[in-house]
Write a protein that binds this ligand. Structure first.
Ligand code: ADP
Ligand code: ZN
Length: 228
């Protein structure tokens, strides 16, 4: 794709924000509204852990402690996924990049592919609230619908409203003990990327403490305006 006009290339959107900010929820909304492909490095790593690949074996303990998996592993996983043909529809990166080294690797990868970052969207939330949100959340194993012990329980206890599934799962790192470490990793290593994308002129901040639908509308407007 060398030399391809970046304005014709597949658009790239980045969602930034601390754990619990709603990146996954909003990425799935944008996926269905705009036909973009959600690329969640967290989901990819959890799949690698589950299937016991080398990367998964190395990542498991790190993730459970709330720390960041090595740049090398994560960047390789993301680059492999980006090379698959469905990403030509445009991608929404959820959870990547998370460090300065990952942001640089992404810039280089996109440059090679003749792509650019259409928008880096920072979901602005308060930390204290994130701890409560994360420690009560769980999802339907069958369809991925998200629930919360206090804020969003299914109509019938233990049965998914969306698909009727009865197996609910909680992430191993969604415990109260691990959330603190994840927030710390976010502030130390990921929040500085906000300035990186601001300097590139790609940054938009979106207040994200409100209703999911309202935030989805704001993000949709940004995608429409910047997808080029
Ligand atoms: P959240 O945004 O709620 O923390 P994710 O599913 O994005 O959840 O990430 C879960 C965990 O996976 C992280 O705490 C980290 O250990 C690992 N991880 C995901 N993406 C990256 C990344 N880009 N770099 C390093 N580690 C990552
Ligand atoms: Zn379900």
């Amino acid at each position: 794709m060398d030399g391809q006009d970046a304005s014709q290339a597949a658009p790239v959107f980045i969602l930034l924000g601390p754990p619990g900010a709603g990146k996954g929820t909003q990425a799935r909304r944008l996926e269905s509204a705009f036909g973009l492909v959600q690329l969640s490095t967290g989901d990819m790593l959890r799949a690698a852990v589950k299937s016991g690949t080398d990367a998964g074996r190395q990542a498991k303990a790190v993730m459970e402690a709330g720390d960041l998996v090595s740049d090398e592993i994560v960047t390789r996983i993301l680059a492999d996924r980006l090379a698959e043909p469905d990403t030509a529809r445009g991608v929404i990166l959820d959870g990547f990049p998370r460090t300065a080294a990952q942001a640089e690797a992404l810039d280089a990868l996109l440059r090679e592919r003749g792509q650019r970052i259409n928008a880096a969207i920072s979901l602005e939330v308060d930390d204290v609230e994130m701890v409560t949100r994360i420690s009560g959340r769980y999802t339907c194993a069958a369809c991925g619908e998200g629930y919360h012990d206090s804020f969003k329980t299914p109509e019938m206890d233990g049965v998914c409203d969306n698909c009727g599934g009865t197996e609910m799962t909680r992430r191993a790192d969604d415990s109260a003990e691990t959330v603190g470490a994840r927030l710390e990793a976010y502030h130390a290593q990921t929040a500085p990327l906000i300035a990186h994308y601001d300097a590139q002129g790609a940054l938009t901040r979106v207040p994200a403490m409100g209703a999911i639908d309202d935030i989805a509308r704001d993000l949709g407007a940004i995608v429409t305006r910047t997808r080029g």
